[in-house]
Design a protein. Structure first.
Length: 331
C-alpha cells in the first residue's frame, strides 16, 4: 500500500471525509500513541471512522484532540475538558469542508466556536485558546507528507514484517504500552497487514497485543477479521472466547470454546477456558471433565513444552479438580 493510501483513506461516507491513522495523529500532535489509545479506551476521544475492521480519526476528531491537548496543557481539569468536548462535538458541522472556516478559541471562561456568520460557547473554561482550523488542515498535510521513520528495511515482505513484530513482541515486558518494544511490534504488525490485508495470523497477534493493554474492542475487531480471512484460525477463535469470558459473558465463551473443540478436540486452551466458563454458570460436573482433560493433556507434553504459565494453570486446575471431586462426591 502506498504512503498516501496508508494515511488517508477514501471512505464510503457521503461526506467524503478523510481518515487518519493513529500513528499520524501521534506525530501531528506529538502525543504518545499509548495516550491516544487510552483516550479511546476511556471514551474521552475515540476514532470515529471504521474501515475494513480498522479505526481511523476524522478531521473533526483531530479538532477535538487539538482542543483537548491545549486545554489539558493549560491546566483545565479533565472533567471540564470532557464537558467542553461533548458540547463541541454537538456543535461542529458533520462534514469536513466547512471546518476550514471555523475557529475554536477560549475567551475568559468560555470555549468559543466561530464561523463566518456567528459564534457560540462550547463549554466553560478559564484558559486562553486560539485554534485556527485552517492552520490545523495545513499542519495535517505537512505531517502526512513527512517521511516515516523506518525500523527494519522498508522493502521487507509482509511475512518479514510479521516476524519482526513477533521479535519485538517477545522483547516487550507485557504490561507497559509505552515500552518501545510494544510500539514497534504494533507498527510492524500494521505494516504486515498493509502489505497483506488477508494475513490472518497478523490480525490474531495484533489483537492479542491490544487485549494485553486493555483495548478489548480493538482486539475483538482483529480476531473477527482473522476469522474472516481464515475461518480455520483456531487461535483467534480461542481468543474471542477468552474475551467473552473476560467481559462477563460466559455463555458466549462456552459456545466459542465448544466450537473450537469440535475442530480441535485436544485443544488445551479450549478445555481449560471451557471449564472456567462452565464454572461461571454452575456447570461443575462438565467443568470437572474438561479440567481432567486439560491436566492429562499437559502431562502428555514434553517437559520443554510445559511453559511456566502452562504449569501454573495445571497446578490451579489440580486444586480445582480436587475441590470439585470432594463437592460432587466423585472421589
Amino acid at each position: 500500500m502506498s504512503e498516501t493510501t496508508e494515511t488517508t483513506i477514501a471512505t464510503s461516507d457521503p461526506s467524503g471525509q478523510s481518515a487518519y491513522a493513529v500513528r499520524d495523529v501521534s506525530r501531528l500532535f506529538e502525543l504518545p500513541e499509548s495516550r491516544l489509545r487510552y483516550w479511546a479506551q476511556t471514551g474521552f476521544i475515540s476514532p470515529s471512522i471504521r474501515v475494513r475492521g480498522r479505526t481511523f480519526y476524522s478531521f473533526r476528531d483531530l479538532i477535538a484532540i487539538k482542543v483537548a491537548r491545549e486545554l489539558l496543557g493549560a491546566g483545565m481539569p479533565l472533567q471540564r475538558v470532557r464537558r467542553s468536548l461533548d458540547s463541541l462535538r454537538v456543535k461542529l458541522p458533520e462534514v469536513d469542508q466547512p471546518l476550514a472556516r471555523l475557529r475554536v478559541r477560549c475567551e475568559h471562561e468560555r470555549v468559543v466556536v466561530e464561523d463566518q456568520t456567528h459564534s457560540f460557547e462550547a463549554a466553560t473554561g478559564q484558559v486562553l485558546l486560539d485554534l485556527n482550523v485552517q492552520t490545523l488542515h495545513q499542519e495535517v498535510a505537512q505531517v502526512l507528507a513527512m517521511p516515516r521513520p523506518q525500523g527494519p528495511a522498508p522493502d521487507r515482505s509482509a511475512y518479514e514484517w510479521f516476524l519482526y513484530a513477533c521479535e519485538r513482541e517477545a522483547a516487550w515486558s507485557g504490561d507497559d504500552p509505552d515500552d518501545p518494544a510494544f510500539t514497534e511490534a504494533r507498527e510492524a504488525y500494521d505494516r504486515a497487514l498493509d502489505l497483506d490485508p488477508e494475513f490472518a495470523a497478523a490480525y490474531t497477534n495484533l489483537g492479542a497485543l491490544l487485549a494485553a493493554v486493555g483495548d478489548l474492542d480493538g482486539a475483538r475487531d482483529h480476531f473477527d477479521q482473522a476469522l474472516r480471512c481464515d475461518p480455520g484460525q483456531h487461535e483467534a477463535q480461542a481468543n474471542l472466547a477468552a474475551l467473552a469470558l473476560r467481559t462477563g459473558d460466559p455463555e458466549t465463551a462456552i459456545a466459542g470454546y465448544r466450537q473450537l473443540l469440535r475442530a480441535v478436540p485436544d485443544s488445551l486452551e479450549a478445555h481449560y477456558g471451557l471449564a472456567r466458563a462452565l464454572l461461571a454458570v454452575g456447570g461443575k460436573g462438565q467443568a470437572l471433565a474438561h479440567l481432567e482433560r486439560f491436566i492429562a493433556g499437559v502431562d502428555g507434553l514434553a517437559a520443554a513444552q510445559q511453559a511456566g504459565s502452562l504449569r501454573e494453570r495445571r497446578q490451579h486446575a489440580t486444586r480445582v479438580v480436587a475441590a470439585l471431586r470432594r463437592e460432587l462426591g466423585s472421589g
